[in-house]
Write a protein that binds this ligand. Structure first.
Ligand code: GTP
Ligand code: ZN
Length: 342
């Protein structure tokens, strides 16, 4: 096989020559000595990485071109990897990703941003009250999770304020795993955190949820030194507070990582094929088999109305169908139910 010269370093690395000799390129040294690290935060061109349990700040090597590097990426580091206060390493390659979670600014925007790489679980944090749960927002996040190949986990917070029963009834047909928590800081010891921890163990989990649902409270309960950990980022960037809108990965004491997404205030689905939305509504998908060919599921001949009326989509079938249709309309610009999460 020829053409090795056209491969970038990461491709060369994962497919070493059978003969055992590394292909040479004139412009790009092989960086055989590069150390593999995990990107835990990105802020203004500076990358905080974790190498052998210590934080190492890095910048991207020019040779990477415009290749994106996001939280969760595994990268190869060269240069000063000591992790000292003034040490700056260089990222010379980005290893292949097992998953990417994307979002668009809004539903009509096809330009997507990768929020996190290599995650395998999306934790949808929803308060049972204050603020009221928003099933349509949950549906939107579920579509994003399924589209990215992430397993969803529902965490229903503030159960001291309201019962989870109705919300759980809506999602029962979907078999989405869930944990109910109560972490009222004034109310003594919390409930549910240990169960959440079990679900997160040894996984890379992205937390999403709109403002006020108790996401920070949960993160602080899961990662007791979360504030200090994010403080490392601040020291490195020389900024007083972590005001970056990008994601931050925090290591869990029991193993695994949670990725907090403080700045993610919307979950636009402009990059997701609307034709696939129905697949992410398993309680409705079977009914759609009776639809006319090419049915948009938002038109008079759609079989889903009869499916829901027959009760086969469960007690909340009508609300779920309305949610599906709102997502479809938001893609075609007919609805104002944009990607707003806050
Ligand atoms: N009653 C009750 N209050 C809670 C619970 N969890 C969090 N809170 C409170 O809800 C408020 C919002 O919690 P945060 O953890 O700051 O919420 P957040 O989702 O991080 O919100 P932002 O910081 O705006 O992103 C705080 O006043 C918490 O003390 C809970 O289980 N029960
Ligand atoms: Zn249809």
């Amino acid at each position: 096989m020829s053409g090795y010269d056209h491969l970038d370093e990461s491709a060369v690395r994962v497919r070493p020559s059978r003969r055992g000799s590394r292909p040479r390129t004139k412009e790009r040294p092989a960086h055989k000595d590069a150390q593999e690290a995990l990107v835990t935060a990105v802020d203004r061109g500076r990358y905080t990485t974790r190498l052998d349990g210590r934080p190492v700040t890095a910048m991207r090597a020019r040779e990477l071109g415009r290749k994106s590097i996001v939280v969760g990426d595994h990268v190869g580091l060269v240069g000063d990897i000591s992790g000292g206060p003034d040490a700056l390493a260089r990222i010379v390659r980005v290893l292949p990703r097992s998953s990417v979670l994307r979002r668009s600014a809004d539903d009509s925007d096809r330009v997507e941003r990768v929020i996190v790489a290599n995650a395998d679980q999306m934790v949808l944090v929803t308060a049972l009250a204050d603020p009221e749960p928003r099933p349509r927002m949950i549906d939107r996040c579920l579509v994003a999770a399924y589209d990215a190949g992430l397993d969803p986990l529902l965490v229903l917070t503030k159960s001291d304020l309201a019962s989870p029963d109705e919300l759980l009834e809506i999602y029962r047909p979907l078999n989405v795993p869930y944990v109910v928590t109560s972490l009222d800081p004034s109310g003594g010891h919390g409930m549910g955190v240990d169960t959440v921890r079990e679900h997160l163990r040894d996984r890379i989990s992205v937390l999403v949820g709109h403002s006020g649902v108790g996401k920070s409270t949960l993160v602080n309960a899961l990662v007791p030194d979360a504030l200090r950990t994010t403080g490392v980022v601040n020291d490195v960037t020389g900024r007083g507070r972590h005001t970056s809108s990008s994601a931050v990965a925090l290591e869990l004491p029991g193993g695994g990582w949670v990725v907090d997404t403080p700045g993610v205030r919307s979950f636009g689905l402009g990059h997701v094929d609307p034709g696939s939305f129905i697949e992410h509504f398993p309680d409705l998908a079977e009914g759609a088999e009776q639809c006319p060919r090419g049915c948009s599921h938002d038109e008079p001949g759609c079989a889903l109305d009869a499916w829901v009326a027959s009760g086969r989509a469960g007690a909340f079938g009508a609300a779920r169908l309305e949610s599906l249709r709102r997502l479809l309309r938001s893609r075609t610009g007919e609805s104002a139910d944009g990607g707003g999460i806050s």
